[in-house]
Write a new protein. Structure first.
Length: 78
C-alpha cells in the first residue's frame, strides 16, 4: 500500500499516545492548523495544514506562534 500525504509519518502512525495527546487540529481564521494545547484557550502552532499558499504568508500564524482561540467576548473563534 502506498500512502500519498503531506503529513509526517509520526502523525499517521503514532508510536506513543502521550506524545500526541496534546495535539489537536483546529481552524483559526479559516486556516487549518495542527496545534499543541498549552491551556484551555491558548495554543502553540505546530503546523499549517492548508494547501493555499496565501495561508503561509499570514504574519501572525506560523509554526512556533502562540495563539488564543478566545475573542474578547469569551467566545471561541473557531
Amino acid at each position: 500500500m502506498i500512502l500519498y500525504t503531506m503529513m509526517p509519518h509520526e502523525l499517521i502512525f503514532p508510536y506513543d499516545e502521550d506524545c500526541y495527546g496534546k495535539q489537536k487540529m483546529v481552524t483559526y481564521q479559516g486556516i487549518p492548523l495542527l496545534v499543541e494545547v498549552v491551556d484551555e484557550e491558548n495554543f502553540h502552532v505546530l503546523r499549517i495544514l492548508s494547501s493555499d499558499p496565501q495561508h503561509y504568508l499570514h504574519d501572525q500564524i506560523y509554526p512556533g506562534a502562540k495563539i488564543s482561540l478566545m475573542n474578547q467576548d469569551g467566545m471561541s473563534s473557531f
